[in-house]
Write a protein that binds this ligand. Structure first.
Ligand SMILES: [Zn+2]
Length: 133
């Protein structure tokens, strides 16, 4: 069997999935920054990895599993652009990432802009909530 062409990571960082968000989704590594977590959550939406989306969501704001699954199934994610990050680094406890996610839902091309808030929970980054930038 010839080696398969490396699958580019859906987050658009330019690396293959296995060298980008893949190790985070598999649980082998923890995203070191809020932006890395944000990218990996976008990738998880694109791949409908609902368990990952649940476990990287702060417990106090976590939606129902079905809501996440429905949204991941309804949309086909076509691109991510990170516009701005604030804090969220390896030495920070909180951070924000502003991004635009493009997707197709109900046959309509759409984009969603959000400023997401992240915090560390027991050392690992989790998504808290977001607002319109
Ligand atoms: Zn990625």
């Amino acid at each position: 069997m010839p080696a398969a062409q490396p699958h580019p990571c859906p987050c658009g960082a330019g690396a293959p999935l296995d060298g980008c968000c893949g190790p985070f989704l598999s649980g082998r590594d923890l995203p070191p920054t809020a932006e890395a977590l944000m990218r990996s959550r976008y990738t998880a939406y694109a791949l409908a990895e609902v368990d990952y989306l649940l476990r990287t969501h702060a417990a106090r704001t976590r939606p129902a599993r079905q809501d996440i699954a429905d949204w991941a199934a309804a949309a086909r994610f076509t691109g991510l652009q990170v516009l701005q990050t604030h804090a969220g680094g390896t030495g920070d406890a909180t951070g924000t990432v502003t991004f635009v996610a493009r997707f197709v839902a109900d046959g309509q091309v759409s984009a969603m802009a959000e400023r997401s808030r992240f915090e560390r929970d027991d050392g690992r980054w989790v998504y808290v909530d977001g607002e319109q930038p």
